[in-house]
Design a protein around this ligand. Structure first.
Ligand SMILES: CC(C)(COP(=O)(O)OP(=O)(O)OC[C@H]1O[C@@H](n2cnc3c(N)ncnc32)[C@H](O)[C@@H]1OP(=O)(O)O)[C@@H](O)C(=O)NCCC(=O)NCCS
Length: 155
């Protein structure tokens, strides 16, 4: 259930602008959720976090990041003059802060920033949750790092 009245503010920074302190907090949260909690050994640090086309959104409680979303924007392909849909990923909320609408607020902010088509590789169990933001499943499910995923897009 969303409780905007007590939600912390949303912090936001592009890859080159995020402070070491903030990035450390975001990576610690992602590591806790995706690697430790979900027991999935994968390369979370994939070389995309510092790109000028990457935008981080996060919320904090004291020194700790408690919710985060990462937006990957693609440049326009000069040959085809087409732009791949912006991608939302690394959606995570600390286990002790779930169910308070934090991720929903970050998703809403991300969609407002993007203002156009977007896509994501959703963990399959969240199909309905992402559907609530207007994403629809656009293909077959697949395994990503051993976890069931589905491709979803929003126009
Ligand atoms: C998915 C996740 C980010 C949601 O964070 P959150 O801050 O609790 O999200 P919100 O509070 O905004 O929304 C929670 C809603 O999701 C729903 N939800 C959570 N887990 C769910 C599940 N397994 N199946 C279906 N719905 C689920 C809740 O019922 C709740 O619905 P409500 O708002 O109608 O009460 C969080 O559970 C998480 O970090 N999970 C582990 C990481 C993960 O799987 N990330 C997604 C990668 S694609």
């Amino acid at each position: 259930m969303t409780d905007a009245a007590v939600s912390p503010p949303i912090h936001e920074a592009l890859g080159p602008d995020i402070s070491a302190h903030a990035l450390h907090a975001v990576l610690a949260l992602r590591s806790n959720v995706f690697i430790v909690e979900q027991e999935c050994v994968y390369n979370d640090i994939d070389g995309l976090d510092l790109l000028p086309t990457t935008r981080h959104l996060w919320m904090v409680d004291g020194e700790d990041a408690i919710a985060t979303v990462r937006i990957l924007s693609s440049d326009t392909d000069p040959l085809t003059e087409t732009t791949a849909p912006t991608q939302i990923g690394r959606v995570a909320t600390h286990a002790e802060h779930r169910g308070k609408g934090l991720a929903a607020q970050l998703m809403q902010r991300a969609l407002t920033i993007i203002g156009g088509p977007s896509k994501l590789s959703a963990q399959a169990y969240l199909e309905e949750w992402y559907g609530g933001f207007g994403f629809v499943t656009v293909g077959e499910g697949y395994l990503e790092d051993g976890i069931p995923h589905i491709p979803m897009e929003r126009s």
